[in-house]
Design a protein. Structure first.
Length: 149
């Protein structure tokens, strides 16, 4: 064994280290601040799921995992397995890079369109006769709105 100088062990924590290697300067850069403010994978997953109007169970069913797996990756872990990333990105209609935070999410869903998406899913779950009656009311409302312009 070669003798290791005692100073070797303390080089990484001694005051000169950040000055020599510029770590203190790096911590204050916009890039580092952006990294601190960036959403985690779990936050992006939860936001995308909600934006698509899906419950954890619905997303789990679509990617063929349990609801607990989705809950785990939304709360606890930022290191999903690659096969799950592929499935989630397909179902959520985003690229794997967007899901992992490598690229910004180019979402076309706004909060107002999310409300309409949820309502449409509720309407689709109604029996056909109720769907027809509801659509008839919507059509009458829209015709009245066009006349009042």
């Amino acid at each position: 064994m070669f003798p290791i100088p005692k100073s070797y062990f303390f080089a990484s924590v001694s005051p000169p280290f950040p000055v020599i290697f510029g770590w203190m300067e790096f911590l204050g850069t916009p890039a580092m601040k952006k990294m601190k403010n960036a959403k985690t994978f779990s936050a992006r997953l939860a936001d995308l799921r909600k934006a698509r109007g899906l419950s954890q169970q619905q997303l789990a069913d679509k990617v063929n995992v349990s609801r607990r797996v989705i809950a785990y990756y939304e709360v606890e872990s930022d290191n999903p397995p690659s096969n799950l990333v592929v499935l989630l990105s397909d179902v959520l209609n985003v690229s794997a890079d967007e899901l992992l935070g490598i690229k910004p999410i180019e979402s076309d869903i706004t909060k107002s369109s999310l409300k309409f998406t949820r309502r449409m899913k509720q309407i689709e779950a109604l029996p056909p006769s109720q769907q027809k009656a509801l659509l008839k009311n919507i059509d009458m409302f829209l015709k009245g709105a066009e006349v009042n312009k």
